[in-house]
Design a protein around this ligand. Sequence first.
Ligand code: DGY
Length: 332
Amino acid sequence: MSDRPRVFVSRVLPGGAAPRSPLALLHDAADVDVWEAHTPPSPEALLHRAEGADALLTVLTERVDGALLDAAPRVRVVANMAVGYDNIDVPACTERGVLVTNTPGVLTDATADMTWALLLAAARRLPEGDAALRGGAWGPWHPTWLLGHRVSGATLGIVGPGRIGRAVAERARGFGMTVLYAGRRAVADFPGTFVPLDDLLARADYVSMHVPLTPETTRMCDASFFARMRPDAIFVNTTRGGVVDQPALIEALRLGRIAGAGLDVMTPEPLPVDDPLLTAPHLVVAPHLGSATLETRTAMARLAVEGVIAGLARRAPSNAVNPEALTVGRRR
Ligand code: DGY
């Protein structure tokens, strides 16, 4: 049996196994076992495939917790191909000396672009226009049909001034917008004005969420949050569905407490087609496509592969989530 490290990759990576692809890089360093389906492995299948592995390259649908790590005692690095890592129990990894890496930076622009796609589509009612045209409901031009909301010159509120929040704010300059942002603290050089969340909600025409999903942010966008927004404002979420109390959002849209919403993330994912969310008015949805460009996904896969290689060598790359895990001592 080979003494090369073994890596389980929980999904097919962009670029296939072509020379210089992320997977080819991984093949140079390890014996690689890829989950070939486009659907996630079941928890049992994940456990089974992780058992003999030294490293896991996961995506956001895989739950990595203490029980999995205990059943897979050789694993010493988990490289998550996502910037968010709410699917990973990081303290459980750290306790066991398992390094966790994520993929920050490389998806910032793609996700910011997607935020703008949703914001503009919701503001200018593109899905309604598209459906009307295709459904034969396009009558003669008239001055009051499908009126949307102005974007240029309006006020954008960013909740969570991290990398993606900043990139969204930078794009607002081109629209001559006033940018407000709320977060734990003011951020140096952020292209906007730091305000308390309540002020942001009271003033913004567009409220865009960019906080990670943590116990503190879980369902932070609840009925009170939407009640504090302006009735003519639009809500955009490209982070995680879990930050939204979805029934409260549905009610806010139904009752006209807010004017619209654009969502790239929701609960659950995939969302069943009969979910009540899809009956809410003035809602634009996308199926978690924030980072979905070939360039971005390839860069994410490469960064995840580099995380695996660094973790196997017991090095903490700059995208290590818990570099302190390396001081805990190697498992096996
Ligand atoms: C992430 O990276 O966290 C996204 O949700 C998937 O690109």
